[in-house]
Design a protein around this ligand. Structure first.
Ligand code: NAD
Ligand code: GLY
Length: 370
């Protein structure tokens, strides 16, 4: 029998929902309380379907379940692939009482959530994230969407799921590089808002990396709890929610520079968080020891510490100038006032920013990942 390790609620009034975290939940945890009608459409992809689609059916007893299997990859997070979900809904005559279930990583989750937001002007959906990144980040908080050829995640909607079901056993089949990328987001929560969690990570990160079930569920629980708290305070990103983007401004620059193909999002965010720590230290907010502590956590997670070779400070500056957080042409960055307390600032002197960029781009700080 499954052991439900943890449960927490994201508090959004009548749109509140539970996040259930445990081992062996897929196929055993009854999802039918969150399925209003008789119809369910499971959306997954060609990698995840052979692993988990059949087991999932045990969680939907008595329901008429159809499925759509999408091609795997960020490059398919577009209108054309989204249409496959609508084809599945319409060809199987799903009504507005249908429930969509996202079974997969962040790509499947974002697309399924967006399809649910659009179909018949909005239907219910359930998130079953199967990557670490989607378990601690993308499945929680209701951001859904697809990419446009001119920008990532540029078309989307806020649409909250009815429940998030996290089966930590699914991480056993995840490639190690994808797991490490998810750890970057886990470490992020400690850095932005949870100094006690950061201390816990200092002590237990190696157990998490070794997939120790208790350590893993604790890390996922504390990450989801942090995200749930931030989203409950600022669902539509009027202000506070932007702290979830620690390291992302530098990271997005790396992803764009490398064409979204070589680097995983979490890997770019890892380097970005270290750059943000370095910049925070140059402003006198963090100490050198703080920066070393951030670096040690990333290193123990097998994450990269330097941007790609050949990427120059001017590449960063050009790409960072188009960040969504910027206001009236002024660069806005999430930095750390202390470890565990993020702050959004538009008051960083160009000369100091350049020092950080030059230090990282010169590759004098240590070894890069590629
Ligand atoms: P992903 O969905 O591409 O999954 C990574 C790879 O792992 C894929 O090949 C996938 O098929 C495979 N996979 C998934 N589960 C597996 C499992 N259990 N075993 C083996 N392989 C498995 O990538 P991701 O990192 O999960 O998500 C990235 C996406 O999430 C991006 O599109 C990003 O924009 C989005 N995102 C959204 C939010 C949000 O708030 N909505 C936040 C962060 C990221
Ligand atoms: N991943 C950032 C957010 O959900 O706001």
């Amino acid at each position: 029998m499954p052991e439900i390790v943890k449960r927490l609620d994201l508090d959004l009034g009548e749109r509140s929902y539970p996040i259930v975290i445990g081992q062996g939940l897929l196929g055993h945890f009854d999802l039918t309380p969150w399925v209003r009608g008789n119809q369910v459409l499971v959306v997954t992809n060609e990698t995840v379907a052979p692993l988990y689609l059949e087991s999932l059916l045990g969680s939907l007893p008595g329901k008429a379940v159809d499925s759509v299997v999408l091609p795997d990859g960020e490059r398919y997070k577009n209108w054309q692939t989204l249409n496959l979900i609508f084809d599945g809904l319409l060809s199987n005559r799903h009504t507005r009482k249908t429930t969509l279930v996202a079974l997969g990583g962040g790509v499947v989750g974002d697309m399924t959530g967006f399809a649910a937001a659009c179909y018949q002007r909005g239907v219910d959906f359930i998130q079953i994230p199967t990557t670490l990144l989607s378990q601690v980040d993308s499945s929680v908080g209701g951001k859904t969407g697809i990419n446009h050829s001119l920008g990532k995640n540029m078309i989307g909607a806020f649409h909250q799921p009815g429940v998030v079901l996290i089966d930590t056993d699914t991480l056993k089949s995840l490639p190690p590089r994808e797991f490490a990328a998810g750890l970057a987001e886990v470490i992020k929560y400690g850095l932005i808002r949870e100094p006690a969690f950061l201390r816990w990570l200092d002590e237990h990160l190696d157990d998490v990396v070794a997939l120790d079930p208790l350590a893993l569920s604790e890390a996922i629980y504390r990450s989801c709890a942090c995200k749930a708290e931030v989203v409950a305070l600022d669902e539509r990103e009027g202000g506070l929610r932007a702290i979830l983007n620690l390291g992302h401004t530098f990271g997005h620059a790396i992803e764009t520079h490398t064409g979204y193909s070589e680097w995983l999002h979490g890997e770019a965010v890892a380097v970005g968080m270290l750059m943000a720590a370095d910049l925070s230290a140059r402003l006198g907010w963090l100490s050198a020891e703080d920066v070393s502590r951030v670096q040690a956590l990333l290193q123990r997670s097998a994450l990269p510490l330097l941007p790609p070779k050949g990427m120059m400070p001017d590449d960063f500056l050009r790409l960072m100038a188009v960040d969504k957080k910027n206001v009236d042409g002024r660069l806005r960055l999430v930095l750390m006032r202390t470890l565990g307390r993020a702050e959004i600032t538009d008051d960083v002197a160009q000369v100091v920013l350049r020092q950080t960029l030059e230090s990282f781009c010169s590759h004098e700080r240590g070894s890069s990942h590629n």
